[in-house]
Design a protein around this ligand. Sequence first.
Ligand SMILES: Cc1cc2nc3c(=O)[nH]c(=O)nc-3n(C[C@H](O)[C@H](O)[C@H](O)COP(=O)(O)OP(=O)(O)OC[C@H]3O[C@@H](n4cnc5c(N)ncnc54)[C@H](O)[C@@H]3O)c2cc1C
Length: 371
Amino acid sequence: MQRYDAIVIGGGLVGSAIAYGLARVGLRTVLLDEGDVAYRASRGNFGLVWVQSKGDGAPHYQRWTRRSADEWPALAAELLARTGVAVGHERPGGVHLCLSEAELEARRAMMERMRVQSGNFGFEYRMLEHRELADMLPGLGASVIGASWTPYDGHANPLNLLHALHKGFVENRGRYISNTAVSDAKAAPGDFRIRIADGEIGAPKVVLAAGLGNAGLAPLFGLNAPVRPQKGQILVTERAQHVLPMPITTIRQTVEGSIMLGDSQEDVGFDTSQKPAVMQTIARRAVLSFPWLRELQIVRAWAALRVMPPDGLPIYDQSERFPGAFTANCHSGVTLAGAHANAFAAMVAAGALEPALDLFSSRRFDVPTAA
Ligand SMILES: Cc1cc2nc3c(=O)[nH]c(=O)nc-3n(C[C@H](O)[C@H](O)[C@H](O)COP(=O)(O)OP(=O)(O)OC[C@H]3O[C@@H](n4cnc5c(N)ncnc54)[C@H](O)[C@@H]3O)c2cc1C
């Protein structure tokens, strides 16, 4: 049997960030991935490193997200230095546009709730009226009534991030094994064994980071990961001169100049088909926001599935039955890459999750039903 210090199942953004972090602190780590037949949110997302709407009613999620966004600049610099891959991270702040008074009022109420909930930790935001916003965002449409703004938001190239994490992991002596779908395992406290094509691998630690695959894997390790798919569709325009100085919740300009428009939230199971009606809605709202977008050709479009926990918050656990087995699931794997590569990987290496993560345990779903 081939022995490692840690096995990570799932080579998407969540598993790769954790595996990268584990290998960096010196754990001999193997990363197993099912391959191109699996659903892979990490290859179809929008690329926001987004903070401002995270954690309404759950300030611990706002704090965790901010912690990750704060880790991002150092992670991006480190990945560039170690791998030569630029992940295109920028953190100029971000805005969420409102196209009606009702939207603006709902947004204002949410932002203020989040400020109050943040307590001493603080939450800096501003609501902007059309005129002030128009000075910030060239060519803003008259339909935009206002927006919320925070300094915390940013964006990055998610494919470059995934590539850099994989490259950094392998350069840190990590072993990446693709086309390996895990469907069975032997689990005992501090002893996990998985059969792969050329034999069996074993480790005292295993991290389940298989995205939607975690739902089926978790029970093998005494864990629970009730994630479901949520479809999002994205449109990409041809490249244009640089116009947008900051990302917007559903519109962002890449380093190369393309403008990404997104993204829908559709609960339609494991369906990844593109729907013209949804694409039209995305395009229409984008053109109302910036009428000049009408002149640009759409050159690419796709749909992908988010990994969605029941309440939208991440799930992090260590198995009580089989200590050493951990789960990690979230629907913001780009945003949380900083926390996963640094904080979460360090906790796995140390063998215990911080108390700050207790509220992310799947035990929150064990609500007794009324008699
Ligand atoms: C349309 C869309 C837009 C998004 N926009 C953003 C955004 O702007 N910002 C943001 O932060 N997040 C965004 N996300 C979410 C982000 O993409 C996900 O949170 C993140 O990619 C989840 O990564 P993951 O590694 O958990 O899952 P995945 O990317 O799905 O990776 C899971 C991996 O596990 C492997 N796997 C599955 N089952 C098994 C098994 N049994 N054995 C071995 N391997 C297995 C698969 O091969 C896959 O590679 C978006 C998602 C979508 C769909």
